[in-house]
Design a protein around this ligand. Structure first.
Ligand code: AHR
Length: 513
């Protein structure tokens, strides 16, 4: 039976699924370059660094290491991060940000005060602060995104941080900045209005009403200081059973609808039951939450003229093995990723691209060592399996996100009734079509036919496949078992057949004329 759907410009939806056909596993994907979901914002391919475990100290930054430059930045990590095409980098947390007082992290490094760090149970040296972070984003070529302390911090503290970073006026704050070695303002555009304030674990946790009122006053002061800043409201992080996540977002947006530019949402997923099929379908839940959040934003903005609020999915990843109350101290949240995790990551990125009209920022949490694509020790680093899908998306998926018609077999899991084996998104930019495709099937290939409605394939088809011997294959310092493999073939005419191997993520890049 065919499921019918209506295509309407600007309205995103997951690709349509048709019934499984008997016999060989076959799929069809129809492409029409006029069916545009929205512009793909490169900030979908962002990352996050937090003062947590070995993410910053021992990851991004390792003073006295022979692998670091004179300022303490690990050169090998910076190089791997550059190759990841990090578009926007969020800092200083996470939970850490809710008790971070930024003035502790400026001035001569040796004179900065060590503080008890209560989010993750350590002592924070403050040797990596505002200047170190903003210098790092300049080296990386990434947009900085600072999350202000709306937990234990004050309105004035948030306002002065914006002034310190962005003002060109001659004030006590900007004199201090200059005294600390930075003459020109950095002009930081993206500022978070706190982190996960809905979570009882958060220092400075508040009710939605209390947060909404408090964040509104901070937002006013921050925008009065620099009207160019874009503010990201702390939406819900807590989707667990019994959490009123929609209620939190509704209330917060009621207060902030005239000031916030983005609503921040967070998701971590895992496979604790070792149920491959169900785990691989996690992005279905993500897509559903995106649609629900979009509806809440639309409702909040009804009657408000000339305002847009987008979604910043500013923490997301696979995280379940290194998780729990014992995760306190230095070597924490150090997940070792396998192939199935990389496939889930690719499906999350597909979900963001398939909702490109409303999701405009997404930050994989985090960048190094802590639930991260880059893993270091004192001698070097290796790239985890999840590095590759993010790298391929970031380097290649640009332009307009296209709404696709997908006809493929599906399966059921404990949580979901109909999970398409083929998960796909498309970016179209100046004649270049990039298709990101996950074959969720564990054992069987998917014989797929792509058909372009309004153009033709012409020229080489570049193929990059991320796969490995087994869904549990991992990389480590000595061996790379999961990695991208490239090849190419010719593509001519309206149709293109392609066979996607089991448990694979493939990026196809073609020219359309
Ligand atoms: O990324 C790890 C932690 O997860 C962050 O500090 C917090 O915001 C989230 O709960």
């Amino acid at each position: 039976m065919l499921s019918r759907r209506t295509f309407s410009k600007g309205l995103a939806a997951a690709p349509a699924i048709l019934r499984a056909q008997p016999g060989a596993l076959r799929a069809r994907v129809k492409i029409d370059t006029e069916r545009v979901i929205g512009d793909i914002d490169q900030k979908l391919f962002g990352n996050f660094i937090e003062h947590l475990g070995r993410c910053i100290d021992g990851g991004v930054f390792e003073e006295k290491s022979p692998l670091s430059d004179a300022n303490g930045y690990r050169r090998d990590v910076l190089d791997a991060a550059k190759k990841l095409h990090v578009s926007i980098l969020r800092w200083p947390g996470g939970n850490f940000s809710s008790n971070y007082h930024w003035r502790d992290g400026i001035g001569p490094r040796d004179q900065r005060p060590p503080r008890l760090e209560m989010a993750w149970g350590t002592v924070e040296s403050n040797r990596f602060g505002t200047h170190e972070f903003l210098d790092y984003t300049e080296k990386l070529g990434a947009e900085p995104y600072i999350c202000a302390n709306l937990g234990t911090g004050t309105w004035e503290e948030a306002q002065r941080w914006v002034e310190y970073c962005n003002s060109a006026a001659d004030t006590a704050m900007t004199r201090l900045r200059k005294q600390n070695g930075r003459r020109d303002p950095w002009k930081v555009t993206y500022w978070g209005l706190g982190n996960e304030i809905d979570g009882p674990w958060q220092m400075g946790h508040r009710s939605a009403d209390d947060y909404g009122k408090f964040a509104l006053e901070a937002a006013k002061l921050m925008k009065l200081t620099d009207p160019a800043v874009k503010l990201i409201a702390a939406g819900s992080s807590n989707f667990g059973a019994g959490s009123d996540w929609t209620g939190w977002n509704r209330t917060v947006l009621e207060y902030l609808k005239n000031h916030a530019d983005y609503l921040s949402l967070h998701t971590y997923v895992g496979n604790p039951q070792n149920d491959y099929g169900d785990f691989l379908a996690s992005s279905l839940e993500l897509s559903s939450r995106i649609k629900t959040a979009e509806g809440i934003i639309d409702a909040a903005l009804s009657g408000v003229r000339n305002r847009k609020i987008y979604i910043a999915w500013d923490e997301w990843n696979v995280w379940y093995r290194a998780r729990g109350a014992q995760e306190r101290g230095r070597r924490i949240l150090e997940e070792h990723y396998n192939l199935e995790d990389a496939l889930v990551v690719a499906t999350f990125l597909n979900a963001f691209v398939n909702h490109a009209h409303i999701v405009k920022i997404a930050n994989m949490a985090q960048l190094v060592n802590v639930i991260a694509p880059i893993f270091t020790n004192e001698q070097g680093l290796y790239l985890q399996t999840i590095y590759y899908p993010l790298q391929l998306f970031a380097a290649n998926t640009k332009g307009k996100a296209l709404e696709l018609f997908v006809d493929c077999p599906s399966y059921k899991s404990g949580r979901f009734d109909e999970i398409p084996y083929l998960d796909v998104s498309a970016g179209f930019d100046n004649g270049a079509l990039v298709l990101n495709v996950v074959n969720r099937h564990r054992d069987q290939p998917l014989e797929t036919e792509f058909e372009v409605e309004d153009k033709q394939f012409s020229g080489p088809l570049e193929i990059t496949e991320v796969n490995g011997p087994d869904i549990k294959s991992e990389n480590n310092f000595d061996s790379v078992n999961v990695k991208p493999v490239q090849h190419s073939m010719a593509a001519q005419g309206r149709k293109l057949p392609y066979r996607f191997p089991p448990h694979s993520y493939t990026m196809l890049r073609a020219q359309l004329v």
